[in-house]
Design a protein around this ligand. Structure first.
Ligand code: ATP
Ligand code: MG
Length: 652
């Protein structure tokens, strides 16, 4: 296994000699970061402004039963002051947020740090007037509009804890989250334009609130002006109140370990968990990874295409960039509206320097052909990033060639909602890359590979196993909201003394890490364990395949067979000959052991709202057990599931 291990490294492109981190710099800094973490992070913590400096840096314990994680614990700071106020003297008139609306005909907005300050203060004053106090929870159910950023930072300013619920989620999913965190207030909008369609957010919120305490207040941003119902005494027109609210609001001094936000994980694997991140360590880590992973320099225009409803949006649209005084792009729309060139049009329009997106978007755009990219001037792009899933080498190469023109380092960032920021990632000026590998650990991160069954540490290179992390880093989640026991059981019980990521990985001969997929998704064919990512990458490498998802299913002889769902490129006919061709293709790419037993043509794949393939559902269909699909409330498009069930290949 592992044909890609020996793939040639891609040299660092020219022009990165003066990057923040160089190859030698990386080696030295990494060494210090893991040999003396307290000293290393004690220095890094100084990138923030502290109202009261910390004297203790690290107090962390991974022992099951007494897991406790604290960083900078006696320091006092305010996250909003670090993201806004401290920049006002030096860059008050610099643009903080460029807002690009769904409809390209609507003008973009350029919000300076000074304007951001005023809007956040006004919103904070509105929250205070609604009785929101330090430690109270505020649910944010907003589209990608500047008010979402104002609401996050307004919470941080007054010490309230925000929990963002992605604007594509259903009333049920919203109600569950409001109830789980006991929110005092929810802020939403009338409707949300996305890809030319409108989601009725206020109506969804009305439906959700039927299942919540009647004390929950509802603040509404009148964004589109669409008609909505209005319940006097509960619903509040937030923009109207902001106009009369005071334009200044003092910051609340907060402890480093006071919660900043709760974010429910996306639900690829089961019941969402309320991941809790705190103030000091999270912000240090988000700011540092943003600066180094993207080699961010003053004056750069940074665009992360994620939604603020995901952790990627928290760390790399809002907190990391703003802590660094950056200009960050916030995009309301989708990659394919009004056409498949939208991303590249926006890059050209705003002269974007760093562009960060997900493999699912790259694969979708790759399927539309390179002509959409070629139409636009991408000469300002310097760095490209991906996150969310393993990126298939095929998609990596396409991204490199057509978008980066071979000049832009690609940072394939591996991390999780739980980790707050990047854990394994190349750094543009320091790391030679390999298509499909997340490469090397970030500062302070100690990846450990364990044997899945025995939990024994696997030393050396050219090895494979489950991925754990050996010590804490400041961006780590602190607990599951209201359920510290679940936190310990999920991440610290199975492999004692380690943080268990749930992902499998390979460490190749060069010590590079390759994420092979979730451990739950590992397939065991005749005793050979195999990650799904590898088989999928082989399939996607075929010129007629746009996307593929692979799962195991019970097989009489082999124990588990390989069941592949394949989406073909636009215009390709699904035939039996093509099926045979694909099986042969995988045999030659990886080996006979990886040949798919069943291939089902899939016009679409079930994905979470953040674009990840939900293999849990595909497994059920492959097992012919489609009556019990489990929680499907986080599916982006439930209708694709019906088609897959109707055309399932295993009816035994
Ligand atoms: P849930 O935990 O609720 O099931 P989720 O794991 O999809 O949902 P996230 O925290 O958004 O929620 O995703 C983290 C996971 O995404 C990682 O554990 C890994 O499986 C995958 N992932 C993220 N980035 C990468 C990457 N660069 N390469 C490979 N896999 C990645
Ligand atoms: Mg997860």
């Amino acid at each position: 296994m592992g044909a890609t291990d020996t793939a040639a490294k891609r040299a660092i492109p020219a022009g990165f000699e003066s990057a923040h981190v160089t190859p030698d710099g990386y080696r030295n800094m990494y060494e210090t970061s893991v040999s003396d973490p307290a000293a290393f992070w004690g220095e890094e913590g100084k990138r923030l402004d502290w109202i009261q400096p910390y004297s203790k840096v690290k107090d962390t314990n991974f022992d099951f039963g007494s897991v406790s994680i604290k960083w900078f614990e006696d320091g006092v700071l305010n996250v909003a002051a670090n993201c806004i106020d401290r920049h006002l003297d030096t860059r008050g008139d610099q643009v903080a947020i460029i807002w690009e609306p769904d409809d390209p005909a609507t003008p973009a907005k350029h919000i300076t740090y000074r304007e951001l300050h005023e809007n956040v203060c006004r919103m904070a004053n509105v929250f205070l007037s609604q009785g929101v106090m330090r430690g109270d929870r505020v649910v944010i159910y907003l589209p990608m509009i500047p008010e979402a950023a104002y609401a996050m930072l307004a919470c941080a300013r007054i010490g309230a804890i925000h929990s963002i619920v992605f604007a594509g989620f259903s009333p049920d999913a919203l109600a569950n989250r409001i109830n789980d965190c006991g929110a005092k207030l929810v802020i939403t909008a009338d409707t949300a334009p996305r890809g030319g369609r409108r989601t009725p957010l206020k109506a969804n919120t009305d439906a959700a609130l039927l299942h919540c305490s009647d004390r929950v207040r509802c603040l509404v941003v009148k964004h589109t002006g669409d008609q909505t119902t209005w319940i006097d005494g509960r619903d509040v027109d937030v923009l109207a109140l902001m106009q009369t609210a005071a334009p200044d609001c003092p910051v609340r001094p907060m402890g480093a370990e006071d919660p900043l936000f709760i974010l429910y994980t996306s639900g690829s694997t089961g019941k969402p968990k309320g991941v809790v991140h705190t103030s000091g360590g999270y912000l240090v880590y988000a700011a540092m990874t943003h600066q180094y992973t993207f080699d961010y320099k003053d004056g750069d225009i940074f665009w992360c295409t994620a939604d603020v409803g995901w952790v990627t949006g928290h760390s790399y649209i809002i907190y990391g960039p703003l802590a660094n005084g950056a200009t960050t792009v916030m995009f309301e729309g989708v990659p394919t509206y009004p056409d498949a060139g939208r991303f590249w049009e926006v890059c050209a329009k705003h002269k974007v320097n760093q562009f960060y997106t997900a493999p699912t978007a790259i694969r979708a755009l790759m399927g539309q052909g390179p002509e959409w990219v070629e139409k636009h001037d991408l000469s300002d792009l310097r760095i490209l990033g991906t996150v969310g899933e393993p990126i298939n080498p095929e998609a990596w190469t396409w991204y490199d060639k057509h978008v980066g023109k071979g000049k832009c380092p690609i940072v394939d960032t591996w991390w999780q909602t739980e980790t707050g920021g990047h854990l394994i990632t190349p750094l543009p000026g320091a790391t030679e890359t390999k298509p499909g590998s997340a490469t090397l650990p970030f500062f302070g991160v100690k990846p450990v590979v364990l044997e899945a069954e025995s939990g024994k540490v696997v030393e050396g290179n050219g090895v494979e196993g489950v991925l754990c992390i050996g010590d804490s880093w400041p961006g780590q989640m602190r607990t599951v909201w209201g359920d510290h026991q679940r936190f310990q059981e999920t991440y610290f019980q199975q492999y004692k003394g380690y943080y268990f990521t749930g992902d499998g990985c390979r460490r190749d001969e060069d010590g590079y890490y390759w994420i092979t997929g979730r451990v739950d998704d590992v397939i065991n064919v005749s005793g050979h364990r195999m990650g799904t990512a590898e088989v999928e990458s082989a399939l996607v490498a075929h010129e007629k395949v746009a996307e593929a998802a692979v799962v195991g299913y019970p097989h009489e002889i082999k124990g588990q067979g390989i069941y592949a769902y394949v989406t073909l490129m636009k215009g390709v006919e699904p035939t039996d000959d093509l099926r045979k061709e694909l099986v042969k293709w995988v045999r030659t790419e990886i080996g006979p052991i990886a040949s798919p037993d069943l291939i089902q043509w899939a016009p679409g794949l079930p994905k979470t709202r953040s674009g990840k393939i939900m293999r849990r559902i595909l497994r059920k269909i492959a097992e012919n057990d489609y009556g019990a699909l489990g929680d499907t409330s986080t599916l982006a498009d439930p209708s694709v599931v019906d088609d897959l069930i109707d055309n399932r290949m295993n009816r035994g």
